[in-house]
Design a protein around this ligand. Structure first.
Ligand code: B12
Ligand code: SF4
Length: 493
């Protein structure tokens, strides 16, 4: 069977994994890709420019011309409405099975299947379920016979059939390496990015705003949510990537790269001798120590992403279900600074309940730890996550708001998101004050500049500029590639 994936705005490892798996079972895959520079949720979201560069019609035309047997969408909440719109336009012209998967589909599968032009939806891990579905579709167009088929959901005589997920894939080494060609051939700019790789699936934590929180409820029968590839398997993929694409750096995009010290010890030894490329990764203060910082340094780590989210321990634990203390954050940062590894901190504005005093506490923490970069997110409610229940409890979300969220109506995470409209001015002030801590490290100078900053117009623009400057200073290739992507000539799906 020939499966055509449709995606926009970024490389997607989930699709790459599925494509590789499908190919390994004898199926053919292709990708129709919309660069969506101004609506990809990654860099800048601008309705005006997005409309000017809209290529939806071309996408639909190309899909139809490619004569697929099945059309497949990977939906996260931000692209869900776009996926629906493209699916509808395809279905209006050809009657072909349309399959949805991805994190948004997993969270609200019944809502997704309510759309008449979505025929099948796959929740959770997709590899084995997709093969079963495709094998089934080669003989039949209806879901008849799929009742009880783990992860596969569909409509049967107007009834929704929502099958439970099958157990996790325990041995990740059994999976073929992601099909990077699928994206690299469509969008050569990605070749210049750090090579994105996942060495694990799952996270030991369940922060209230994160999709892991939703996934852990879905997979509540599983004893452990984390699975990890062997170090040898990861090294083989990287050796292959070095040979095929000449990669220059690596991005370990595991939820928490440092969950196991013993794994890291073994990995760093092999990585240093066989790969020896600079890399970045995500860390967590509760899975960190001086020894881990040393191992990262030894392996060639240049930058880590550290989710702090709030400097107020109350906001962090009660709103975000993050139970690390400020002391643990400060310690993690000091180990990293000792090793001269750059730190990019994430902060989330817009917790359902948050006073100005909590923002002050965040400012105090950032002034203390002086991160090299600070990326501000504005709370966006992702379907199925427990922060939605919390927001409802505090009267911040109504049932109709939640329905809206499930239908993909969320704000842009880097600019106001779902934050309370009345607080945006306050948040923008603190956004600038937080950003300043990354470029002005002298306390007295900071105090003077911060008092002036409060009176600046267009605070968001200044915050963005500071973030860019830090990005260029500390992780040049990554930020430069974002620009390269934005300005390269994009019009072919
Ligand atoms: C790596 C990563 C990125 C990378 C690469 C993107 C990617 N998806 O590979 C980058 C940095 C580009 C990125 C960007 C963004 N990301 Co991101 N990202 C991740 C991360 C950490 C890992 C994704 C991954 O590779 N997982 C491993 C693969 C194997 O799993 P998977 O993607 O879930 O795919 C499996 C199944 O879902 C299913 N499946 C997936 N697609 C399909 C399609 C079909 C047809 C079928 C049948 C099955 C199927 O099968 C796959 C294989 O088992 C996840 C968190 C996480 N742990 O998943 C967040 C995550 C996906 N990102 C998220 C967000 C919000 C974003 C951004 C919007 C952030 C931003 N504002 O900048 C952008 C969106 C960019 C875009 N246009 O795609 C959210 C999405 C939440 C939501 N409900 O929408 C997540 C879940 C993190 C979170 N906050 O909870 N991200
Ligand atoms: S630590 Fe990160 S990946 Fe894990 S649940 Fe929290 S936000 Fe999600």
């Amino acid at each position: 069977m020939k499966v055509t994936f449709i995606y926009k705005g970024a490389e997607n490892l989930g699709i790459e994994y599925l494509s590789a798996f499908l190919k390994s079972k004898g199926h053919a895959t292709s990708l129709i890709y919309d660069p969506a520079v101004f609506s990809s949720d990654v860099f800048i979201n601008s309705k005006v420019f997005a409309r000017l560069l809209n290529i939806d019609k071309k996408v639909v035309k190309t899909v139809i011309a490619s004569k697929p047997d099945i059309v497949a969408f990977s939906a996260y909440t931000g692209n869900y409405k776009w996926c629906l719109s493209i699916a509808r336009q395809i279905k209006e012209q050809i009657n072909i099975p349309i399959v949805f998967g991805g994190v948004h589909t997993t969270a609200v599968v019944a809502t997704v299947l309510e759309n008449e032009y979505v025929d099948f939806a796959i929740v959770g891990e997709g590899e084995h379920a997709t093969i079963d579905l495709i094998n089934h579709l080669s003989n039949s167009r209806s879901g008849d016979g799929l009742t009880g088929a783990g992860n596969i959901c569909f409509k049967l005589s107007e009834k929704l059939i929502i099958n439970k997920p099958r157990p996790y894939i325990q041995d990740l080494d059994t999976l073929p390496f992601p099909d990077k060609d699928l994206f690299f051939k469509k969008e050569p700019v990605f070749l210049h990015n750090p090579y994105l790789i996942m060495t694990s699936r799952g996270c030991p934590y369940a922060c209230s705003y994160c999709s892991n929180n939703m996934l852990q409820s879905l997979y509540s029968n599983e004893r452990c949510h984390i699975r990890r590839r062997s170090t040898g398997n990861v090294i083989t993929e990287l050796l292959d990537a070095k040979r095929r694409y000449g990669i220059k750096s690596v991005g370990f995009v595991d939820d928490v790269f440092t969950i196991s010290k013993s794994w890291l010890e073994d990995f760093v030894e092999k990585y240093k001798s066989l790969i020896n490329l600079p890399f970045y990764c995500n860390i967590h203060p509760l899975a960190f120590s001086k020894e881990i910082a040393r191992l990262l340094k030894d392996g060639g780590c240049k930058l880590v992403f550290l989710g702090v989210q709030s400097g107020s321990e109350k906001t962090r634990s009660q709103m975000f279900l993050r139970h690390e203390s400020n002391e643990q954050i400060i310690n993690a940062v000091s180990y990293l600074k000792e090793m001269k590894i750059k730190i990019s901190v994430d902060h989330i504005f817009g917790a359902p309940v948050e006073e100005e005093v909590d923002l002050r506490k965040s400012l105090d923490l950032y002034k203390n730890i002086k991160p090299d970069m600070l990326l501000t997110f504005w709370l966006t409610y992702y379907p199925g996550t427990s922060i939605i229940n919390l927001a409802k409890k505090f009267g911040k979300l109504s049932d109709s708001d939640i329905r809206n969220i499930n239908e993909g109506n969320i704000g842009f995470a880097h600019n106001t998101g779902s934050a309370d409209r009345n607080r945006i001015k306050l948040y923008k002030k603190y956004e600038l004050l937080f950003e300043l801590t990354t470029v002005v490290t002298h306390n007295q100078t900071y105090n003077i500049l911060s008092q002036l900053a409060v009176f600046l117009p267009f605070k968001k623009l200044f915050s963005l500029c500071i973030y860019m400057i830090s990005g260029i200073r500390y992780f040049r290739p990554w930020i430069i590639n974002k620009f390269r992507y934005a300005v390269s000539w994009h019009n072919a799906p």
